[in-house]
Design a protein. Structure first.
Length: 336
């Protein structure tokens, strides 16, 4: 569901009565951001608009005759059984209505693999129909208005073909462009030092735009993995200061090492998030780095004996000198 088509249908579409406005709004609710590819069934429209199927058909035909809606890409409903396929409708929202939102709408079409719309594809509309293009495709002139006092809206007839055999009419169906591979590519830049990270959004045929990732979002990712969650406000302030020094990846890697060192510790022995950040604890050495720097004790520890010591000790117990008889005959100066 896209907001722009709904706003146009509710407020600005040149409909002839309330029934058309309500049905057009239902189509807008089911359309893409550019107002295309809406295919709710007539039963669905009738249920929402609280009218009969016959009324829906009549209103749709009237709006199609005035080019308020046109038939879209019917291949979108080929997955339905042939006797149950709804009609795909495109809302002919004029170029003049879009204003600054026109480029954003075309960007959404490109990401779906469709070509951008041109202003000539969406002429201005009146309650009687579209503005008809002149012979050159420019020089737009309004369609004929009904006579004053006629009491009804006269649907303008299509112009007769000129000497070249072409009709100066607005096309009813836009061409379909299959998706490109890939239609959208994103390349990440170095993280921004202050409040956001830049990522270039590259779309063929469109100006390069920049997507922003706020430092608050990065903080949420980091804070979610911290083993002790206290003083959140202080932690966020400290995080912003840390991000001026190092990237998010460095902070996450340092946090993983710290979590391994304090695993199983009581909460009182785990640093506050702000304390960890202000102390630049992501630069702490791991246990393996410390041991490699100072040198590991031989044979696994300070109290470990050498192989020769172990051999001599074993030989002492094999000798009769330390047997039971020798121990029993030994005079002790301190009898028990």
């Amino acid at each position: 569901m896209a907001l722009d088509p709904i706003v146009w249908a509710l407020k600005d579409a040149p409909v002839s009565d309330a029934g058309e406005r309500l049905i057009l709004t239902v189509l807008a609710e089911h359309s893409n951001e550019d107002g295309t590819s809406a295919f709710p069934s007539q039963a669905t429209i009738a249920r929402i608009a609280m009218c009969t199927d016959r009324s829906v058909r009549n209103k749709l035909k009237a709006m199609e005759d005035r080019r308020l809606i046109v038939r879209g890409d019917q291949r979108l409903v080929e997955v339905f059984p042939r006797d149950k396929r709804p009609i795909v409708w495109d809302l002919a929202i004029p170029y003049s209505w879009w204003g600054v939102r026109w480029d954003r709408m075309n960007l959404s079409r490109i990401t779906r693999g469709q070509r951008p719309l041109e202003p000539a594809d969406r002429p201005d509309l009146t309650v009687d129909g579209p503005v008809v293009a002149g012979e050159s495709g420019r020089n737009l002139v309004p369609a004929a208005r009904p006579e004053r006092g006629s009491g009804r809206n006269v649907v303008p007839q299509r112009p007769e073909p000129d000497s070249g055999g072409d009709r100066n009419v607005v096309p009813t169906t836009l061409p379909y462009y299959p998706p490109q591979d890939p239609p959208l590519s994103i390349s990440s830049d170095e993280a921004d030092a202050e409040t956001q990270t830049d990522a270039l959004l590259v779309v063929p045929g469109m100006p390069v735009t920049t997507a922003k990732v706020s430092v608050e979002d990065e903080f949420e990712q980091w804070y979610a993995t911290y083993p002790r969650k206290v003083a959140r406000g202080n932690a966020l302030k400290a995080f912003k200061g840390a991000r001026k020094k190092v990237s998010l990846e460095v902070l996450l890697a340092g946090l993983e090492g710290y979590k391994n060192r304090v695993r199983g510790s009581e909460a009182q022995f785990i640093a506050h998030p702000a304390t960890w950040l202000n102390g630049e604890r992501w630069t702490d050495e791991t246990d393996a780095q410390t041991q490699a720097r100072v040198g590991a004790p031989a044979n696994g520890g300070f109290f470990a004996a050498s192989d020769s010591d172990l051999t001599a000790t074993a030989a002492m117990f094999d000798d009769d000198t330390w047997g039971p008889e020798a121990l029993a005959s030994t005079a002790s100066p301190h009898p028990f």
